[in-house]
Design a protein around this ligand. Structure first.
Ligand code: TA6
Length: 303
């Protein structure tokens, strides 16, 4: 496996992008430019944090109980859910949300954008393990551009001769002051599958406020969403393309305690997931020889 030192030689950008070896054996890319700081674990191409320098707190949340362990998903940040979202349709032993977030990705290129943002592109490294779970000729790449905004482009290429279908998500955890003092806008009138206690269909009335466990897959929506935070006095904009589903999730007390890695006693209150996805009936057929890209762009502004 390539070392942090070799990565610094090949892809480091003096004072803006460097790589370090975490004691647990994973490699982390650290970004620090004029506009923002960010960190990304090469395992899963997992963006763990993004904080514009205009913001007193991170916009992307990482659990204080997050563990950097080879082969294990990291709690918080932006998990890449691919090539399926949620449970596998037929193989219960396959990992929830796919394998992309727990396997090694390779750095392809890095650069500094004209506006001073930092760009990093990674490709999922296939293996016998991944091919067992996903026997299709494909290529998955993630480009991250971290600056005043955070842009992420998840590109699926079908390099084979037969079509395949994926579901996917950029499963982003956003930092908020308190889950009880935020509202999510942009999904009014959208149909959603309520995953709490089964799977029932609903229609969103107005903005979303949180008073309990919420786990909804909004379908057939390309809408930009916002998180309005009355405590941190900020609005986070969540723009997307190539995504027809938006997942909104908070575990609330009981599920958070069962999960146990959201930061005791109530770390879960400081985050909300608004995930740009293609899930359920929004699965994406990627024709042989073609490419599909899911793009998100986040920005935070004062309320
Ligand atoms: O996107 C919401 C969700 O599917 C929830 O049901 C919950 O399971 C969450 O993802 C976290 O999943 P994870 O596999 O990362 O623990």
């Amino acid at each position: 496996m390539i070392t942090a030192q070799q990565l610094n030689q090949q892809f480091g950008i003096g004072g803006q992008l460097g790589f370090r070896a975490d004691p647990g054996g994973l490699v982390i890319a650290e970004i620090n430019n004029a506009h923002a700081t960010a960190s990304l674990c090469l395992q899963g191409a997992h963006l763990m944090a993004w904080q514009p320098k205009s913001q007193p707190l991170p916009v992307v949340w990482l659990s204080r109980d997050a563990r950097l362990v080879p082969g294990k998903s990291i709690r918080g940040g932006v998990p890449v859910c691919w090539p399926w979202f949620g449970a596998h349709v037929s193989e219960p032993a396959f990992p929830a949300h796919g394998f992309a977030r727990t396997v090694l990705w390779r750095v392809l290129e890095s650069g500094s954008e004209p506006d001073g943002a930092t760009r990093l592109t990674l490709r999922l490294a296939e293996s016998d393990n991944t091919r067992t779970q996903w026997p299709h000729d494909s290529r998955l790449e993630l480009t991250v551009i971290a600056g005043k905004t955070l842009r992420m482009e998840l590109a699926t290429e079908n390099t084979g001769v037969t079509d395949f279908t994926i579901t996917e998500a950029l499963h982003t955890y956003f930092r908020v002051g308190d889950i009880g003092a935020v509202q999510v806008g942009g999904l009014a009138g959208c149909d959603y599958w309520n995953k709490v206690g089964g799977s029932t269909l609903g229609k969103q009335n107005g903005t979303i406020r949180f008073t309990g466990e919420t786990d909804r897959v909004y379908v057939n929506t390309a809408a930009e969403c916002t998180i309005e935070d009355d405590i941190l006095k900020r609005r986070i904009h969540i723009a997307k393309s190539g995504s027809r589903s938006t997942v909104v999730w908070t575990p609330w007390t009981e599920k958070a305690n069962r999960m146990g890695d959201l930061g005791q006693p109530d770390g879960w209150r400081e985050m909300v997931c608004v995930e740009s996805a293609n899930a359920l009936e929004n699965a994406v057929k990627v024709a042989a020889g073609s490419r599909h890209t899911l793009v998100v762009e986040y920005r935070a502004e004062p309320l």
